[in-house]
Ligand binder design. Structure first.
Ligand code: ATP
Ligand code: MG
Length: 416
């Protein structure tokens, strides 16, 4: 018989992995609520153009990482590589472009054809937020503060730093881009092959190249700061003042350019030294042309996405949920009685497991290990008298309780 494994770059989420995952997404929901964000879910696949146009044909994601396929009707569809494009598409599809701002978050699987390694998968999960209709840098600061609160709530406040940069407005970026291209052209023979091809289509990406030979050229490259126009500089200064007002600490890092094409002004990453090369756990920025690309009006937005697997690897392991009560029926008649007792206990909100597998000792070992607070023994003799033997596992005290009283006795025990 064939033994299947999960496809390369994917993994099953179970046991502790699943608990870590749920802690990350659950904490996100708690914190986002404090900021008035509500959840959206968009389809896991979209018309390929939704991504190709919005992320930029030259971005790594579009040029080499997308899972694109033709369906039986001949449509070109793509498994979503990220969440923002789908959200912008949904805003327009649902005619919400006049109902601004929209503060939304999402969570779910994303798909990128990448070389699998630590912290890098082909199916991974993101939790992200978008503020659609972000009229000022104050909004950028607010959604960054939300990211900070989320990471602090996960216990990661000390492990992460916020790196911040500005890409300015389009005019500033174009002027700088021209200067960069001129500079790199002069030194084209010293550029890596990858960067030589970036020179035409996306020269900004050269700035975050990991190749040694490219990095050597960066020190003398034209600095963006010299090309920021007044408007962009004002935006940048207001952003930093607002971050300070929200109590968000950051370091400026001019190397942060982000991989996708749609950003302007604010870009940022929360990074850690604890995950090796895959140190960015949460990243985002301001984007202004995306809603227009989807057929809506020009709406400025600010958003970010966090990698759930990377956060899950950093947090402390959450403890497993345990049942409050374990029922141990002895014999067939007791088993059926256990069904009716468990029903009233569960109706009252208690978590109940019915232990039937293995001998008594094995069952008791499993229950003690599970951390349940009470065990409920049920034998033929008990059935005849309509009682159960209730053991408090912490004190090991045991008492006989009429079946009719079990719910109230256990509810009282839970309350105390
Ligand atoms: P990287 O530089 O690591 O490739 P990216 O710029 O492609 O990241 P984004 O598109 O900004 O990443 O996605 C936001 C976050 O999603 C990342 O910071 C990371 O935590 C997570 N992420 C991105 N790609 C993967 C992947 N293949 N596997 C696991 N997590 C990922
Ligand atoms: Mg990437």
């Amino acid at each position: 018989m064939a033994r299947f494994r999960p496809p390369r770059g994917t993994k099953d989420l179970l046991g502790e992995d699943m608990r870590r995952h749920q802690k990350v997404t659950g904490m996100g929901k708690t914190i986002f609520h404090r900021y008035g964000f509500s959840q959206w879910a968009t389809p896991i696949f979209e018309d390929t153009h939704v991504f190709a146009r919005s992320l930029g044909e030259s971005s790594d994601v579009v040029s080499k990482e997308m899972y694109t396929f033709e369906d039986r009707g001949g449509e070109s569809l793509t498994l979503r590589p990220e969440g923002t494009a789908g959200v912008a598409r949904a805003l327009v599809s649902n005619s919400l472009t006049q109902a601004l701002p929209q503060k939304i978050f999402y969570t779910g699987p994303m798909f990128r054809y990448e070389r699998p390694q630590k912290g890098r998968f082909r199916q991974f999960h993101q939790i992200g937020a978008e503020l659609i209709g972000a009229e000022s840098p104050f909004r950028d600061a607010e959604i960054i503060a939300m990211a900070r609160d989320f990471l602090v709530a996960l216990g990661l406040g000390d492990d992460l730093r916020l790196e911040l940069n500005t890409l300015g407005d389009k005019a500033s970026r174009m002027a700088w881009r021209e200067a960069l291209v001129a500079y790199f052209r002069q030194h084209e023979d010293r550029l890596s092959e990858d960067s030589r091809s970036r020179l035409e289509i996306n020269p900004l990406r050269i700035l975050d190249s990991k190749a040694e030979q490219d990095r050597a050229l960066l020190a003398d490259a034209p600095a963006f700061d010299d090309y920021l126009n007044d408007e962009s500089r004002t935006f940048w200064n207001e952003l930093k003042a607002a971050l300070e007002a929200f109590g968000v600490a950051f370091v400026e890092n001019p190397r942060i350019v982000r991989g996708l094409d749609y950003y302007s002004h604010t870009v940022f990453e929360f990074v850690t030294d604890k995950l090796g090369a895959q140190g960015t756990v949460l990243a985002g920025g301001r984007y202004e042309g995306l809603v227009e690309e989807m057929g809506g009006p020009a709406v400025p937005c600010i958003g970010w996405a966090a990698g759930v697997e990377r956060l899950a690897a950093l947090i402390e392991a959450p403890v497993a949920d345990v049942s409050d009560v374990a029922i141990l029926p002895m014999g067939d008649a007791a088993l059926l009685k256990a069904a009716s007792i468990s029903r009233s206990l569960r109706d009252s909100g208690l978590s109940v497991s019915i232990e039937t597998r293995g001998n008594m000792k094995k069952r008791m070992d499993r229950i003690v290990q599970s951390g349940a607070s009470h065990a409920l023994f049920l034998g033929d003799d008990d059935l005849a008298r309509d009682v159960v033997q209730l053991r408090h596992l912490a004190s090991r005290e045991q008492e006989e309780v009429p079946v009719a009283d079990i719910v109230s006795v256990l509810e009282r025990a839970r309350a105390s």
